[in-house]
Design a protein around this ligand. Structure first.
Ligand SMILES: *[C@@H]1O[C@H](CO)[C@@H](O)[C@H](O)[C@H]1NC(C)=O
Ligand SMILES: *[C@@H]1O[C@H](CO)[C@@H](O)[C@H](O)[C@H]1NC(C)=O
Length: 856
């Protein structure tokens, strides 16, 4: 179709966005020549100005091209604006500027306004369907603006995620900044954040505030939009004092501070019962600054028995509910619930090692308010703060002494006090142990040869041992086996050790000769470190023929009539409630047997009376006062007459509580009696201590001290405190304590007082259970033990002399049951300085020894 060319421009929709620039590749390939079109780029203009959009074809001769034309079109509404130099639209807004003899058709838009914004298209027709398009976006500069420029309020709930969008108008597209007036922006931090979107993934209550979105594009003034963010949340209840202690008749105040949005309703409860207030109970409310919350206070005028217990304040709003509990407890004087026993020992050689644990003198007390502690040493105040080696363990009154020296030895006493009274601990000696020394004063690693006559009774003696605590002595066979030495306690039908450290043979046999097989060894150890053996002597025994040459006919043994080798003294004093023993060691050939009886014919019940060491030891467990009397052991071996020894047994009992002194809570005016229920042999003197002071026998008109009872008449709050009883006899004492609480009579409206007693006894149960656990753990620890260095060196030398030069371990393969020295229950859990399993590396010959407990 042959027609005149048209140039048209058109406005494209969605003026904003990417700029679509037609590429030259859009020019037709079949064109005989390569036409090029030039056109205006993206155009930015101001309101009211004139815009000229060029469109031209250059670099080609179009003579004779019949169909050539340039159309201009506004593609937004697809209105053709022009065809060549002809305006197709009505009006005076557009003109075409077409210089003669050119292929340029420029569209001129007069007095542009916002509605002229958009894309304009110029189409060049080369005839047929060969076309090239060019598009020119036209923008009108405009300062930023918001269509909704009022302040908006946004209400969200704590924990929500929000995203606030800010899309201002204006050209160029404005930059958007967020600000929170007067505060940093949440989540992003800082004062400004540049983004159209403000995201807060987890709303917190303090994100509340006035947020402003600023839009700026350097044209005119920036615009802004305001958002008030309100955060709602479930009540938060803050309680500063969760436990309130009060003495009876004291005023009590409990406070809860409540934060909530919307504001919360509050209610107080006691044990699930709503409190409405009353003469003795008032509820008040005080608003915090800036309406952030309020504090509600429950005040009790004068606390009486029924006011003690558990309170709660509950707050509710539309978002949720929250509650907090406050305990009102009766104040009480301190009560010592745990302390070291009479002596705390430490080993000077070990406690000054670098990693040694401090020695602990224990003192733990309960009481409200929580007691403070002080200590005296030898009766004078101990200013432990002045010595960096001393400290008090947190939360207890335990006195820790690092690196103790002999100067620290002494009598320590602990005092636990609070505003209601003072509890006094039983005094405790701090003492260093003393290493075991033997009277032979020799290098005990030398082998000591002895001779014993075959068939004849024999005794091996151990040198006397001194040390603290008092050492006990035991005999072992040291048997060399490859790279170790086995220590086997000696105790069989013929051979037994007595409690003084003598080893008795009823008669000697060839088996007793040590030769190369083993050595006899006497070992000393103390209760402090039962497994650290000191070597008293090492003996080689050879068996020789008897000097008298007497033998039975046809045999190389001679019968020996039984005779007493070692027996307990004529009169023995047993300690009640403990395990006690009687000894009868008889010699002779054949081996004699020993029988025990009571001469008064009383039964010896099999539960408590047992024998050890093949009948030679009578053991009385849990000794009772009724076990006093005369005992007899009788020995016979069929040679000559039987022999017997009578032993008079007395039982003494140091004061022992039948029942603990009990804490009491009573009403004012009542009569209180504390009973020091101690059992003992001999005379018992009762001393009473009130808040640390010994009570005079006749010092007070309302108090009576009679026998084991302390009676207080017409009690009042001045009698509140710690009461202790010291029941003393010539052989020992029992010390116990309890607290007294008094509820003023006229303030309490019925009901029985004394809620705290149950609590204390529960606690005591727990504490004693814990104590047992500690004891058990301690015993477990002792099953693995160490031999101290100097003892080990000696053992090593002996091993060498026995042909075990590379000794690596020492095995203890059985336990002496005989004299009960082992498996000692004497180690106190309070002595934390006592042996810990230790395996020394390197050259120091510290070895761990497993203890094999065999049964003899
Ligand atoms: C109890 O009495 C004994 C013997 O008189 C005394 O050694 C001990 O220190 C007393 N204990 C207390 C806590 O007073
Ligand atoms: C404490 O140790 C020293 C030195 O080892 C000793 O002489 C002293 O006897 C020991 N004290 C006690 C009470 O055993």
């Amino acid at each position: 179709m042959s027609r005149l060319t048209l140039i048209s421009l058109c406005l494209l929709a969605g003026a904003a966005g990417s700029l679509a620039v037609p590429t030259k590749r859009e020019a037709t390939a079949e064109a005989e020549t390569q036409p090029k079109i030039t056109y205006s780029k993206e155009t930015l203009t101001k309101d009211g100005e004139e815009v000229k959009l060029d469109c031209a074809v250059v670099g080609v001769d179009l003579d004779g091209v019949e169909d050539f034309g340039i159309d201009e079109e506004n593609p937004t509404n697809s209105f053709p604006i022009s065809a060549n130099d002809k305006i197709l639209l009505f009006g005076t807004k557009y003109t075409i500027d077409h210089p003669a003899d050119s292929y340029q058709y420029s569209l001129v838009i007069k007095e542009v306004s916002e509605e002229d914004t958009g894309k304009y298209r110029c189409t060049v027709n080369f005839g047929g369907d060969q076309k090239i398009n060019a598009e020119v976006p036209v923008h009108i500069q405009k300062a930023p603006y918001f269509t909704d420029d009022f302040t908006k309020t946004l209400t969200v709930t704590e924990g929500d995620a929000i995203s606030i969008d800010c899309q201002p108008g204006g050209w160029p597209k404005p930059d958007v900044y967020w600000e929170r007036l007067g505060q940093e922006l949440p989540y992003y931090g800082g004062k400004f954040f540049k983004s159209n979107q403000l995201d807060i993934p987890l709303i917190e209550r303090d994100h509340e505030g006035h947020y402003v979105c600023y839009a700026d594009n350097d044209i005119g003034d920036p615009a802004n939009s305001h958002i008030i963010l309100e955060v709602q949340f479930a009540p938060e209840v803050v309680v500063e004092e969760k436990q309130v202690f009060a003495a009876p008749s004291d005023p009590v105040k409990m406070a809860c501070t409540v934060f909530a949005k919307p504001s919360a309703d509050i209610a107080w409860y006691k044990d699930d019962q709503a409190i409405l207030g009353g003469a003795n109970m008032k509820i008040s409310k005080v608003e915090l600054e800036e309406g952030k919350g309020f504090t509600t206070t429950l005040s009790i005028g004068e606390a009486s028995a029924e006011n003690f217990g558990s309170y709660s304040c509950r707050a509710v709003n539309a978002i949720g509910k929250t509650e907090q509990t406050i305990e009102v407890r009766m104040k009480s004087a301190p009560l010592i619930v745990k302390q070291s026993r009479s002596e705390v020992l430490y080993d000077l050689e070990k406690t000054n090692l670098r990693d040694a644990l401090p020695v602990v003198i224990e003192c733990e007390a309960e009481g409200h308010p929580t007691p403070d502690f002080r200590w005296t040493k030898n009766g004078a105040q101990l200013v432990w703060q002045a010595d960096p080696r001393f400290s008090l363990e947190d939360g207890t009154g335990n006195l820790l002494i690092s690196d103790p020296t002999m100067d620290d030895n002494g009598l320590y006493q602990c005092f636990a006090y609070n505003e209601l009274g003072t509890a006094v601990g039983d005094p405790v000696y701090l003492l260093n142990t003393t290493r075991i020394e033997f009277s032979n004063n020799k290098d005990n690693t030398d082998l000591y040869p002895v001779e014993a006559e075959l068939g004849r009774p024999y005794k091996l003696s151990c040198p006397e041992a001194t040390g603290y605590p008092k050492p006990s002595l035991n005999w072992v066979k040291a048997i060399a086996r490859e790279s170790q030495i086995e220590l086997e306690f000696v105790s069989d039908e013929r051979i037994v050790a007595d409690p003084d450290g003598n080893l008795w043979f009823t008669h000697i046999t060839e088996d007793d000769a040590t030769a190369d097989k083993f050595k006899y060894m006497c070992l000393g150890s103390t209760e402090f470190e039962p497994a650290d053996y000191s070597i008293a002597s090492t003996i080689e025994l050879s068996v020789v023929s008897p000097a008298d040459g007497n033998v039975n006919s046809e045999e190389h043994s001679v019968n020996v009539e039984t005779f007493s080798m070692y027996t307990s003294p004529e009169t023995v004093t047993f300690q009640a409630e403990q395990e006690n023993t009687l000894w009868c060691i008889y010699g002779g050939e054949p081996v004699p047997s020993v029988e025990w009886r009571r001469t008064d014919g009383e039964e010896m019940d099999k539960e408590r009376f047992v024998t050890r060491n093949f009948g030679r030891t009578l053991v009385v467990k849990d000794t009772m006062l009724s076990d006093a009397g005369e005992y007899e052991c009788r020995s016979s071996n069929g040679v000559g007459a039987s022999k017997s020894t009578k032993i008079q047994v007395e039982v003494e009992m140091k004061p022992t509580f039948r029942s603990e002194l009990a804490s009491q809570t009573v009403r004012e005016g009542a009569t209180v009696t504390f009973t020091c229920d101690a059992e003992a042999t001999g005379e018992v003197v009762y001393n009473w201590i009130f808040n640390g002071r010994v009570l005079d026998k006749d010092g007070h008109h309302r108090r009576t001290l009679a026998g084991n009872k302390l009676t207080i008449n017409d009690v009042s709050v001045v009698d509140v405190g710690n009461y202790a009883c010291n029941a003393t006899s010539s052989v020992g004492y029992a010390y116990g304590q309890a607290v007294l609480n008094v509820i003023p009579m006229d303030r309490s409206a019925g009901g029985v007082g004394g809620g705290s007693c149950g609590g204390i006894s529960e606690l005591k149960k727990e504490i004693s259970a814990l104590r047992e656990t500690v004891d058990t753990m301690h015993n477990l620890l002792q099953e693995h033990f160490s031999v101290s260095q100097h003892n080990h060196e000696k053992l090593h030398k002996i091993a060498e002399s026995m042909g075990v030069p590379e000794m690596s371990t020492v095995l203890l393969i059985n336990e002496v049951i005989g004299n009960g020295y082992f498996g000692s229950r004497g180690q106190r859990p309070t002595q934390r300085s006592s042996p810990r399993p230790r395996l020394r590396k390197g050259s120091a010959p510290y070895l761990e020894i497993p203890l094999y407990q065999g049964v003899v």
